[in-house]
Structure formats: structure tokens, C-alpha cells
Design a protein around this ligand. Sequence first.
Ligand SMILES: Cc1cc2nc3c(=O)[nH]c(=O)nc-3n(C[C@H](O)[C@H](O)[C@H](O)COP(=O)(O)OP(=O)(O)OC[C@H]3O[C@@H](n4cnc5c(N)ncnc54)[C@H](O)[C@@H]3O)c2cc1C
Ligand SMILES: COc1ccc2c(c1)CN(c1nc(C(=O)N(C)c3cc(Cl)c(F)cc3C(=O)O)c(Cl)s1)C2
Length: 434
Amino acid sequence: EESAHRRGDKKVVAVVGGGLVGALNACFFAKRGFEVEVFETREDIRKAKVVKGRSINLALSHRGRQALKHVGMEDKIVSKGIPMNARMIHSLSGKQSPIPYGKKGQYILSVDRANLNKELLTEAETYPNTTLNFDHKLQDWRAETGLMTFARPDGSKTQTQADLIVGCDGAFSAVRKQFLRRSRFNYSQTYIPHGYMELTMPPRNGEFAMKPNYLHIWPRNTFMMIALPNLDKTFTCTLFMPFEEFEKITTGDEVIEFFQKYFPDAIPLIGAAALRRDYFRLPAQAMVSVKCSPYHIGDKCVLMGDAAHAVVPFYGQGMNAGFEDCIVFDEIMNQFNEDFSVVLPEYSRVRVPDDHAIADLAMYNYVEMRAHVNSKWFIFRKHVDNLLHLLMPKTIIPLYTMVTFTRTRYHVAVERWHWQDKVSFFLLLFNFPL
Ligand SMILES: Cc1cc2nc3c(=O)[nH]c(=O)nc-3n(C[C@H](O)[C@H](O)[C@H](O)COP(=O)(O)OP(=O)(O)OC[C@H]3O[C@@H](n4cnc5c(N)ncnc54)[C@H](O)[C@@H]3O)c2cc1C
Ligand SMILES: COc1ccc2c(c1)CN(c1nc(C(=O)N(C)c3cc(Cl)c(F)cc3C(=O)O)c(Cl)s1)C2
């Protein structure tokens, strides 16, 4: 029967969550001519001052760029990103060793999260068939009818119906909550013992304090710090450490002592006074890994982005994977002529194995980095990867290359990686002329 809430002839798509994936998804659906309604808990961040407590910048790579390209946003976002052509490994002695990501054109971009979110919201708004509703917190919804209930800041409630509900409301998704009540819905979440804290490295004499076109890494097994450049010539440093280690450091002196021991070269670059102050500004944030399946309910609701698969950040792929979700869904919409009753199950069938694979990869890399990776090991491994790739470009492709610079399905990249590990072990064993 005619759906009551159809405006004109096109169906209504409700995107819950106006974060990175929700804002991008709104563009994908609007481009197809749907009536798009975005519902976002927070106020319009384009009017707000600072969004606190989120990772300030992110690494954008191929998968994410392809999604942005699809809605004509790639050039605008890339122009405001800072290319990182290589990692810069900081050893305990302060020695810096660059390791290229690949051939010349193979670089990743440091992009500002808040700006990316603003640009995507503004782009979504340019579509006449798109409405952004801020200060709308989804509280409840029903799969049978597509009826949603939102809480407003003044305590009032509003309701609206949609033909399709797209849950892009992040790792603690309210849309996903309804999935948990249904039979045959699989769900798992893991908080890792590490937390993360962001520290700012200011410019020095008006210039970047370190070489800007690198992803700076201080790998120290249990501890790790990374730094990505910002357009204002600062670096955002992210310190990863077990919560119990964060809790041991309670005074400014202890902060300096800790950095003296593990990241001595960073003290003058961040500044001892700033370090003493900023370390206590915000508590360390938790990192959770969420896996679930299926991603849909009937022809009514589908989860994308962190709402479907929150991953630990140790591959820099969370947003890239969420952005790629949008392309994959769009491709399936083309294949099955926008018939939600076919598109949604097909999307789960295709995408669950890949998003689970990247979740596993990121967790694997977290365990790997925590256990083995100090500067020497990191440098050695990456050089071996690059050497084998040089000798047998078609046979050995480093895993991070497949993940970061191609759209090889994540689960296929993992399968190849397992195969390659056997082959290269075999080759080394029979001392293939390396
Ligand atoms: C430290 C750290 C570093 C990272 N680095 C990278 C990186 O380098 N590269 C990368 O690709 N990814 C990275 N990520 C991952 C990336 O941040 C996430 O994958 C990405 O933000 C997911 O986007 P999303 O839109 O799905 O969710 P979110 O960005 O969480 O957006 C969800 C939105 O939904 C809204 N919302 C929540 N609940 C409701 C509700 N009930 N009703 C309405 N709205 C609601 C929220 O306000 C928010 O705006 C990193 C993550 C962390 C924590
Ligand atoms: C804003 O906060 C964050 C937090 C973590 C990350 C990022 C941004 C961006 N990240 C990227 N990771 C890769 C990668 O593939 N691997 C295997 C790596 C994984 C780790 Cl943990 C690392 F330190 C270096 C590399 C590396 O290879 O350079 C990229 Cl490529 S980008 C991790």
C-alpha cells in the first residue's frame, strides 16, 4: 500500500547521526533524489565553538577518498588535508627514520575532523530534498512502522516516520539498541585496556616543530605516541597507554619523568609547561571495538559506520571503512534498483565479512604493536615488507598497502596476507635470493 509518509513520489530516508558517516550518507541518498532527513543529537557544530574530546585529526586514505569523490567532495577535502608520504619513526635516542608508504603517489592525508564534518553537513544541505535537524536525540524507534521518537533539549518529544532508517549514530548507537532485542542478532563489544589522550605540539618560531608531511610515530611496545600535522602548523599528538599507567601519573613532575623516559625528544617540542598543563586537561578516552551482524532489519533499517562496526584506531581505517560502507550500499542500490527489501539483506551479506575483517585487523595490529613493536622492529618489518614487494610486486603486497591504498575487500586483503605470510616464510626458509 502507499506509505503514508511519502512526500511526493520519493521515499523518505531518515539518517540518524550527523557525524562523518551520517553527513556523507545524506549526500549519497540526496543525490538519488530521496527525501533525506538527518537527525543529530548535538547542536549545529558549524555554529558551535569547539567540539571537545574527539580525535582532532584523522588519516584519510583511498577508501575514504573514493567515497568523497562519489559525491564530488574529494578535491575540497583533499585541498584542506596535509599529505603524509611516510612514517617518521622516533627512536628513544631521538633519531628519526622515515619509512615511505609506497611509491610517490601513495600518501595518506591528515584532515581536521570538525572541518570535515562541517563541510559534509554543508554539502548535504545544498540538496533541496535534504533537511538537517539538530538537537534531535533518537530515543526509540519501531521496525514495523519506521516511527521514530526524538528527545528535544527542552524535554519535549517529537515523532516522525520514514521509509528507511539509516543508523549512523556511532559506537554507542541508539538505532542499534533495537537490534539487540531481536532474535538472531549477533553482538560483541570489547574495551581494550589502553586509553588515548591528545596533546598539542605548537609551532616553533612560526613553523611546524617537526617535518610536516609525515605520520610521526614513537613506538614503545606498551606505550605509543603518534602525531599528525594540522593546517595551523600544530601537530595533534595522540598518546596511547594502559589506563592504569595513565592513573599512575598524577603530578606535573611525573608527566615530565614519564616523557623523559619514553619520549624525550617530544618534551622540548610540546613544551614542558604545556605538557604539565595539558596532560590533566581531559581524562584519557576509552577505545571500544564493536562487531555485530546482520546490519539490517527487514526493508526498514540499516546500520553504517561506527554504529555497525566501531574499530580500534590502530589501522587508521574507522572513518575510511564507514565511508566505504556508503559506496558499497550505493553500488547495491544500483544493482537491485533501489528495492530496499533486496538491497538491505544483500548489503549485510556483502559488507559484514569486510567490516569484521578490518575490526580484526585493527585489533591484531593493536596487540602486535603493544607486544613487539619498538622502533627497530617497526623499521625492520616495514623494510622487509617493502623489499619483498620490490622483488615480487605482483606476489607480495604489504597488508597495509592493500588496506590503505586499494579498495581490495578487507576480508580478501586478510586472506592474501595469511597466504603471503606462508609464502614469504617458505621463501626465506629456502633462502630465495632475497
Ligand atoms: C583516537 C581515534 C583516532 C582515530 N583515527 C582515525 C583515522 O586516523 N582514520 C580513520 O579513518 N578513522 C579514525 N578513527 C575512527 C573515526 O573517528 C570513526 O570511525 C568515525 O568517526 C565514525 O564516524 P561515524 O559517523 O560512524 O560515527 P561518529 O563520528 O561517532 O558520529 C556519530 C554521530 O551520531 C550522533 N548521535 C549519537 N547518538 C545519537 C542519537 N541517539 N540520536 C541522534 N544522533 C546521535 C553523534 O552526536 C555523532 O554526531 C579514530 C578514532 C579514534 C577514537
Ligand atoms: C588520529 O589518531 C590516529 C590513531 C592511530 C592511527 C592513525 C591516527 C592513523 N593510523 C594509520 N595506521 C596506518 C597503518 O596502516 N598502520 C599499520 C599503522 C598503524 C599504527 Cl598504530 C601506526 F602507528 C602506524 C601505522 C603506519 O603504517 O603508518 C596508516 Cl597507513 S595510517 C593509525
